[in-house]
Structure formats: structure tokens, C-alpha cells
Design a protein around this ligand. Sequence first.
Ligand code: ZN
Length: 267
Amino acid sequence: MNFSEEQINRYARHILLKEVGGEGQQKLMDSKVLVIGAGGLSSPNILYLAAAGVGTIGVVDDDVVDLSNLQRQVLHGTADINRPKVLSAAESVAAINPDVKIIQKNERITADNAMNMIKDYDVVVDGCDNFSTRFLVNDVCVFQKKTLVSAAIMRFDAQLATYRAFPSQRGEEAGPCYRCIFREAPPDDQIPSCAEAGVMGALCGMVGSLQATEVIKEILGIGESMAGSLLVMDGLSTTFRKIAVKRDPGCPVCGDNPTITDLSVHA
Ligand code: ZN
């Protein structure tokens, strides 16, 4: 380990944990995480992953900061209104931890660029706000054997899961992908967005922080993976239910006889 004095100090509380130690901290510093979206869920993800010393963080978002974002998107400030979210994210990360390399992708992830965008990363964080992106990212993660840590939030409700549709390095069997559970994207006009339905801002902080914790666990290979579980949270009653979910051999993308073998369904 070649830590500088400053790094030993910065990461001291991680290094003290026997499950992390110097070796785990080095793993974090060598890791590459791609965050899809720079909004409510991605804000705590990006902040905590940067603080944890994840070496490279890619951020994909084609939006600019809007005043109505600031109720929950704690990555951005009032002075960032009308500025690209990826730029604001990069500045927030640099202020927290100059060790982190941040890659700004000021564009939408699409069927044309998704394979290229994801291929160099170890773990993908889904913090997007729409189903078509969610399914696209899932399918690419299945094709490229990437671990996908996914969360979704609406009003006072949230869900969290890790999708690893291939055996882990620790020998755990393949878990389900997003499509094993949700199969197909509903028509866009049937689903209200947070802009229409509202969302409790602080809940984004809680769920996004849980998501960042799962990303860090996956990188370190510690604890019990959320692969094979779906966590359903109700913020109004403060209840958490962890539901076992299984890989579906009939899944069109990760099943035994897949019918989706490229991204043409997303074109
Ligand atoms: Zn599947």
C-alpha cells in the first residue's frame, strides 16, 4: 500500500474497520463506479462514494440544475441553477475529495452509447427517474456482467436492490436481473413522475445513502449482498421489508433462452 500521510488520515475510519483495512481502502481507490443521473438518489451516492475514496466516478446526466431540484438534490446549490448537473457534481466532488477522478457525461444514456458508456466500470448505480433508462441500463449490465445497484423513489415509497445476474467472485450464484422481476417497461404515460406525484426530499438522502453503502460492500466483497433481495421502504410508517427475489430462467434477457440479445428493443 502506498498511501500518503494525507490519505492515511483521510481514510483512517475506514482503515480501522477490519472488514475494510488498508487493502479494502486500496480496492475502493482502484474502483470505477458509473452513476446514472445526478439527481435526488444520485446526490448522496456521489457524495458518499467520493468521500469514501472511490477512485473514478462517472456521472451521466444531460440536465441543468433547476430551482425545484434543490429540495432533495444536495449535490447542487443555489448558485448552480441553470448550470449542467454533471459540472456541479464534479465541483462538489472536487471540494470533498481531490483524489477522485470524475468523468462528466453531459448526455443522455441511449441504446447507441450505453454499451460504450458502461463497459469500463466495475459497478453501475441506477439513480435515474424513468423506466426506459432503467431497462436499458439493466440489459447492458446483464450483457457486460456488471453489478447494478438500483433504487427508485416516489412520494414516501422507495425500493432498493442489487442486480448481479452472474455468479459473484465469492462464489454466490447468479441473482435476478431487473427484468426477472419487472419484465417490461410500462408505457410512459401510465407512470407519474416525481415532478407530478412529489417526493419527500430527505427520503432520497436515506435511500441514496443505503445505495452507496451497497456499492461499497460490492466493491469490497464484504457482508451480505443485496443481490437476490428487494428492499421495500415506506417512509410514512418507517417500515422496511426485505423480500427474497429469484432469477427467472424464463427471463427474456438473463434467462436460459434469452430473446433479448442486443439493444434493438431500446432503439
Ligand atoms: Zn433476468
